[in-house]
Write a protein that binds this ligand. Structure first.
Ligand code: CO
Length: 188
């Protein structure tokens, strides 16, 4: 199983590379990787397992974070109760070779900034991103899909797509005025 030990260091150059497109049909290696990435996200959101293996809870994980420079990421986005137990699954999907087709001019940012499993510290500042994105991707069969996401879900998908381009969340933070927003950016 994937644990935090499988995540490469924040300063590893792989995190800054543009990841390679994935060929279909998937290799057995890719299939296993995908299965493990999804399992990791579920484990990381299951309080007993996360505690036992010291997993930081994660909504998304991209292959480059594990040292594999391929255009693959998994998202497991849920709603949970006060004890941290999952009550509803919003997105449970693997995205391959994603490409943003359209995005809004209006931006959105999380009030407390963003975090990342590859960044073992908190980096203060808001991370403005387009509020709406339309993107295409392939699933594990290689079939093409187009999806449109807004607000929090749009933030999550853009954070992960960034990983495939060698971009980390804090690249978007204004170093001089980390908490300042403009009229175009709403806070979530
Ligand atoms: Co990240």
């Amino acid at each position: 199983m994937i644990t935090m030990k499988n995540f490469i260091a924040e300063d590893d150059p792989i995190l800054r590379q543009v990841a390679e497109p994935v060929q279909f049909p998937l290799s057995e290696e890719d299939e296993q990787l995908i299965e493990k990435m999804r399992e990791f996200l579920i484990n990381s959101q299951t309080p007993e397992i996360a505690e036992e293996y010291n997993l930081r809870p994660g909504v998304g994980v991209a292959a480059p974070q594990l040292g594999i420079s391929k255009q693959i990421f998994a998202i497991y986005l849920t709603e949970f109760d006060e004890e941290g137990n999952v009550t509803d699954v919003i997105i449970d999907e693997v995205f391959i070779n994603p490409r943003i087709l359209k995005h809004s001019v209006k931006k959105i940012a999380l009030s407390e900034g963003e975090g990342c499993l590859s960044v073992p510290r908190s980096v203060p500042g808001i991370v403005p991103r387009p509020k709406r994105v339309t993107f295409e991707y392939q699933d594990i069969e290689g079939d093409y899909y187009e999806a449109k996401l807004t607000d929090y879900e749009a933030i999550v998908i853009q954070h992960e797509i960034d990983h495939l381009k060698g971009i980390l969340f804090y690249d978007h933070i204004d170093a001089e005025n980390p908490w300042e927003t403009d009229d175009n950016t709403s806070i979530l």
